[in-house]
Design a protein around this ligand. Structure first.
Ligand SMILES: Cc1ncc(C[n+]2csc(CCOP(=O)(O)OP(=O)(O)O)c2C)c(N)n1
Ligand SMILES: [Mg+2]
Length: 581
């Protein structure tokens, strides 16, 4: 603990406890009011600090880091609008259950609401988006004050890690002068060793995690249900645990179910048994005939609900019993048709159900044949096109991903094309996204934060407007030494809007002005501003070489005008190929 003055003592006690709880990474943005905490974080040996000027980017960087590591990351900013800039990433962390500890510096109560400057109302600034808000208060560095700061740190860390659902927490911390670490005599009056030192090296208060072990009853009951049901399907949406792969593959084999895998489920790609993996459900289920023929009696859902609209519609109009594995105590059930929400560890559930089912059932040939036919049709259709296309890029990326890679994919078309077209390969890569709140903001920063914390070779996939939105995020590349390849899918505007009814309902110039918004972003100049290498990919065959070149911007020019028609063609070819002869 730093006893230079009362602020340094309180701030360093708080940070010391965060470190003892397990905090290893913090992101901070410069400011005066936050100096006591900034210095404490900077000087705490176990905590790596990244300094990012723009708080919005900094918070998304922290979000990406926390998502990639699964451990809480702290984000510190000064008072005023700086704190408001954390809000988008906090919303995303809330919806995606990512542990973040937001530390906002504030003016003390006597300087609020009197025109003292840089003071906005920071109390409960993020509303219900945080798991816990605490106005930490202004305290003396006495026994009670220091114990309060230490205890608050332990509670904040535990709340971010999850009860059981991880997410953001917000500590608002007011500081009086001196904000700089200037010596003040006799202000640290604490005497109790626990207040002064805590329980080094353990936290003041260790908090156990909540046990999600499924009961025997739950395992028997649902396994019996699966055994009795006829056709079924496993739907695997975003979840981050690669340990789920093997047990879920076993369960699919034992139940004779296909696994409809969104890439961010970590089940589409990997070294596990992928014999039951289906990647083309988004295309196949557009075909009413296939959707009907494939109607299941039982659906087992793991992870979040995938993005695919045809899949969502299929689930929402299905008469199947749906069992939703939702361990975090959220309400991950937009179909409103689930028969049960199961609150237990997904890996143990899958392993337990698979073990109880025993023998393998016949493979789901309807799905597996359709998958093979659809993939063949997609490949054939795309081979006939020379210039890069958005679906074609996903095939090329699929062939290029390697074990250990991290892929961070933007909302809008990149995540949708990844879901529709990325093939299943053995690459043991980690697929992340910001799909909790579906923003196009902060994606570059999130990807760089994930690269920073994981040390994995990283590929960020973003649209051109996505890049424009977080262009300042590129500044954070200075924090990272591992390769970060930013693939900019440049269709000059919001290509996603071409798929909406607005496209036909609006005049052409209105549509372009209000939705499409082509901005003619010059990716080479964006790269130059941050002194980054830039490559423009005219041929997808050059992708492996471009990725191997390391950190930089890879611009992939694609034709927006042709894109929606190509998507339609691919879906109808895939469905036609999959239709039983
Ligand atoms: C923060 C935020 N603002 C606006 C939107 C609405 N929005 C969804 S997609 C999109 C366009 C994205 O364009 P781009 O990144 O180029 O991707 P493309 O649609 O071309 O694939 C916009 C503005 C959003 N999702 N999030
Ligand atoms: Mg675009």
């Amino acid at each position: 603990m730093d006893t230079t003055n009362a602020n340094t003592a309180l701030a360093s006690a708080l940070v010391e406890e965060l470190a003892r709880c397990g905090l290893r990474q913090a992101v901070l943005s410069p400011g005066s009011r936050s100096t006591p905490l900034a210095v404490a974080l900077w000087r705490q040996a176990e905590i790596e600090v990244s300094v990012i000027v723009d708080e919005r980017s900094g918070a998304f960087f922290a979000l990406g880091a926390a998502q990639a590591s699964g451990a809480p990351v702290a984000i510190l900013c000064t008072s005023g609008t700086a704190a408001a800039n954390l809000h988008p990433a906090i919303c995303e962390a809330d919806h995606s259950s990512v542990p973040l500890i937001a530390l906002t510096a504030d003016r003390p109560p006597e300087l609020r609401g009197i025109g003292a400057g840089q003071a906005i109302d920071q109390l409960k600034l993020y509303g219900d988006s945080v798991r816990w808000f605490c106005e930490v208060g202004t305290h003396e560095a006495d026994d009670e004050g220091l114990l309060h700061y230490r205890s608050t740190a332990c509670r904040a860390f535990a709340a971010a890690r999850g009860k059981p659902r991880p997410g953001p927490v917000h500590l608002n911390l007011a500081w009086r002068e001196p904000l700089a670490p200037l010596p003040v005599e006799a202000v640290v009056t604490a005497r109790e060793p626990l207040a002064l030192e805590g329980r080094d090296p353990r936290p003041l208060t260790a908090v156990t995690s909540i046990d999600l072990e499924p009961s025997e009853f739950l395992l028997d009951e649902v396994a019996g249900h699966i055994a009795e049901a006829g056709a079924g399907a496993i739907v695997a949406g975003r979840q981050l645990d690669p340990e789920l792969r093997e047990p879920l593959a076993h369960l699919a084999g034992a139940a004779g179910y296909p696994i409809l895998t969104e890439p961010t489920s970590q089940l589409r790609c990997g070294p596990h048994d992928r014999s039951h993996v289906v990647t083309t459900y988004d295309l196949l289920l557009r075909d009413a005939g296939f959707a009907r023929t494939a109607a299941p009696e039982l659906i087992l859902r793991f992870g979040e609900m995938p993005t695919s609209k045809p899949l969502r519609e299929w689930l929402a109009t299905s008469n199947a019993d749906q069992i939703v594995v939702d361990p975090l105590g959220d309400w991950n059930e937009p179909t409103r048709r689930a028969a049960a929400v199961v609150r237990a560890d997904p890996t143990e559930l899958a392993a337990g159900w698979a073990a109880r089912l025993g023998e393998e059932r016949p493979a789901p040939v309807l799905w597996l044949d359709a998958e093979r036919a659809a993939r063949g049709a997609i490949k054939a259709e795309l081979e006939g096109i020379e210039a890069p296309t958005e679906p074609g890029l996903q095939l090329a990326l699929g062939a290029a991903y390697r074990d250990g890679d991290l892929v961070y994919t933007a909302s809008s078309m990149p995540i949708r094309d990844q879901e529709s077209f990325l093939p299943s390969t053995e690459a043991d890569a980690l697929f992340l996204c910001n799909r909790g709140a579906n923003g196009i903001d902060g994606l570059v920063s999130s990807g760089i934060g994930a690269a920073r914390t994981s040390g994995r070779p990283t590929t960020i996939l973003t649209g051109d407007l996505g890049l424009l939105h977080d262009i300042g995020g590129l500044a954070a590349l200075r924090e990272v030494s591992t390769p970060v390849r930013i693939v900019v899918i440049d269709n000059d505007g919001g290509g996603i809007f071409d798929f909406l009814p607005q496209k036909r309902a609006l005049e052409r110039d209105e549509f372009e002005a209000l939705l499409d918004t082509p901005r003619g972003l010059d990716v080479a100049k964006a790269a130059a501003l941050f002194d980054l290498p830039h490559r423009r990919l005219e041929d997808l065959a050059d992708l492996p070489e471009a990725l191997a070149a390391g950190t930089g911007l890879i611009e992939v020019p694609v034709d927006r005008q042709a894109n929606s028609a190509l998507h339609e063609r691919l879906a109808s070819s895939a469905a036609a190929a999959a239709r039983p002869a």
